[in-house]
Design a protein around this ligand. Structure first.
Ligand code: F6R
Length: 607
């Protein structure tokens, strides 16, 4: 996972590396480090934990140099200690790495037999020893890197500097993303354009197997065969400005409260409010003709896909299959000719989702993606991209990305339903009207923040929490449980309300809160029975419903959260808001690190 950055120029590089790393911390915050060339010699500063520890260290023990590399780590191999922090180095070379070297054990054993002494538990250190070995055999840096990289199996993006070579930095990628930034007398390498945005908006993404030699003014890109190739340089619209929390205590809180605006922006791009019609960009394939729509995603994005499965099947009458991306390609499911594969990702860099996309591409599927980061690998490798206009999401727990994904998926459902002749113009108009009311309804729900905070005190006492939902709000129960566990560390499970009696009901006792998402409508009565079953066993129900639902079942609940009456179509978008707020306030009460929960990272770029 990890974020990497490299800068070769004429300005003091340490503060610039820290600035770039600030924007990469979403990729991991187990440790951070930089290496620079100080009069030709490699110097390093590394610190355990978050970036501010490294910044403090550098303030106490400054490091000079105009060429350097930096890293923020999400630990895979080796504990999150200073010794395991990147950059890893010998006296000849320093390396930062994102990815996993899968054959590192064999390489390490071979190198140890050859007399190399290892200082860390990481997979990355083998790269340092391999390159050093080749440099000691009088190879040039370029030859040494080529030989070393040829031995590596797995995924990597590497940035490498060499003792005595102020004029050279080498980058290489296979499986993990790496971008070149073109500056004015200064060149950059970075895991993504976001890290490079404070320095330049001229970005070139390396392709699979590429490697690059950087000087202060130029970059020479080679493909996997070693041939010099030209890759497009693009202008990125990403802002270099640091994104602040404004009046909010946490990014997650700010992002929850941004939802009326960003859902509105996303709708604005896709719905014509006057004609009450969805207007999608042109597709290079026919939306009506796919025998099957196959959806893959991870985590919260997967739950957005689960909601959409209900929509596509019920409204567009489109057969859908959905799987978590980390399982999808290993199933080797037969994919029908002419099938459309839909990938959903906030970051657009989740490696499991990207690998599933590549598998679908190999199977001749049409590739459609919904992403928030348009510069991402998933966006670049798709036939069509429908962007979520959520803006940068900094809190590790996804909130506004989720509801904007649902918004795009709802619009896609309507467009597909129209293309498949599954809805009349009147039905389309009614669905569009329901969608255009969502931002105002979300704003209204956010007004319940104080009441929801009080209920969070109740959840904060619990050891386990069960979330129930039925139909298209079942995935919201799963999402509510995921949100709670990832930021408050309380164990939580989401369950289809009808499935509870097949096992989970055994867990219910007086200590066990059950959060039920139950909009009134055709499925309400069935869920009402499940609420009664929980109450009969002493469980404490938190009922999220509308006036009608609370009127019917409020007496069975310890706490209620009343949402506005809405069209059942948009219920999943609206019911996501109270479960986000419940998780947020519970985490704040428990005093956890809400924006950067332990062991997690915003962008999951390892399998
Ligand atoms: C949970 C969360 C994760 C992500 C998952 C996929 O709050 O944020 O479960 O949804 O890691 O990430 P993306 O959407 O970037 O592919």
């Amino acid at each position: 996972m990890c974020g990497i950055i490299g800068i070769i120029g004429t300005n003091p590089v340490a503060p610039l590396l820290l600035k770039g790393l600030e924007r990469l911390e979403y990729r991991g915050y187990d440790s951070a480090g930089i290496a620079t060339l100080d009069n030709g010699r490699i110097g390093r500063r590394r610190a355990e934990g978050k970036l501010f520890n490294l910044a403090d260290l550098i303030a106490r023990e400054p490091i000079v140099g105009t060429v350097g590399i930096g890293h923020t780590r999400w630990a895979t191999h080796g504990r999150p200690t200073e010794a395991n922090a990147h950059p890893h180095a010998s006296d000849r070379v320093a390396v930062v790495h994102n990815g996993i070297i899968e054959n590192f054990r064999d390489l390490r054993a071979e190198l140890v037999r050859g007399g190399h002494i290892f200082e860390t538990e990481t997979d990355t250190e083998v790269v340092v020893h391999l390159i050093t070995e080749h440099l000691n055999q009088q190879m040039s840096p370029r030859e040494a890197v080529a030989e070393a990289v040829a031995r590596l199996e797995g995924a990597f993006a590497l940035a490498i500097i060499f003792a005595g070579r102020h004029d050279l930095m080498i980058g290489a990628r296979r499986g993990s993303p790496l971008a070149i930034g073109y500056g004015d007398g200064e060149m950059y390498l970075g895991s993504d354009a976001l890290a490079l945005a404070p320095f330049t908006n001229r970005i070139c993404y390396l392709e699979e197997g590429d490697w690059v030699e950087l000087g202060q003014d130029a970059a020479t890109v080679h493909d996997a065969s070693g041939a010099v190739v030209t890759r497009d340089i693009k202008q990125t619209a990403l802002s270099g400005a640091i994104i602040g929390k404004g009046q909010y205590r946490h990014f997650m809180q700010k992002e929850i409260f941004e939802q009326p605006a960003v859902i509105g922006d996303t709708l604005h791009a896709l719905v014509d409010p006057l004609r009450r019609r969805v207007e999608l960009p042109d597709f290079p394939f026919d939306l009506s003709a796919a025998p099957r729509l196959t959806i893959s995603a991870c985590g919260t994005s997967f739950y957005a896909g689960m909601v959409a499965k209900y929509w596509f099947e019920q409204i567009a009458r489109q057969p859908v299959e959905i799987d978590i991306a980390s399982e999808f390609r290993y199933r080797e499911a037969p994919l029908p000719e002419g099938g459309i594969n839909l990938f959903i990702s906030q970051s657009g860099e989740t490696i499991d989702t990207l690998a599933a996309l590549r598998y679908a591409r190999e199977q001749g599927q049409k590739i459609l993606s919904i992403v928030n980061v348009l510069e991402s690998a998933i966006a670049r490798e798709s036939d069509v991209v429908l962007p979520t206009l959520a803006g940068p999401e900094i809190g590790v727990a996804s909130t506004k990305a989720f509801t904007t994904q649902l918004t795009v998926l709802a619009c896609l459902t309507i467009a597909m339903a129209r293309a498949r002749d599954a809805v009349s113009a009147e039905t389309e108009a009614a669905l569009c009207t329901a969608l255009t009311e969502v931002p105002a309804c979300v704003a209204e729900i956010l007004n319940h923040d104080t009441a929801i905070r009080k209920i969070a005190h109740f959840l904060a006492e619990a050891r386990d929490v069960l979330y129930l939902g039925r139909g298209s709000t079942y995935p919201i129960a799963l999402e509510g449980a995921l949100k709670l566990k990832e930021i408050s560390y309380i164990h939580a499970e989401g369950c289809a309300a009808g499935e509870m009696k097949h096992g989970p009901i055994a867990l219910i006792d007086e200590t066990f809160p059950v959060v039920v998402c139950a909009p009134s409508g055709p499925l309400f009565e069935k869920t009402a029975s499940n609420i009664a079953e929980v109450a009969a066993r002493g469980g404490s129900v938190v009922l999220i419903s509308d006036k009608e639902g609370i009127g019917k079942m409020g007496d069975y609940a310890e706490h209620t959260i009343e949402l506005p009456p809405i069209d059942p179509f948009v219920a999943p978008i609206l019911y996501a808001i109270p479960v986000q707020l419940l998780a947020y306030h519970t985490a704040v009460i428990k005093g956890t690190e809400v924006d950067q929960p332990r062991n997690l990272a915003k962008s999951v770029t390892v399998e």
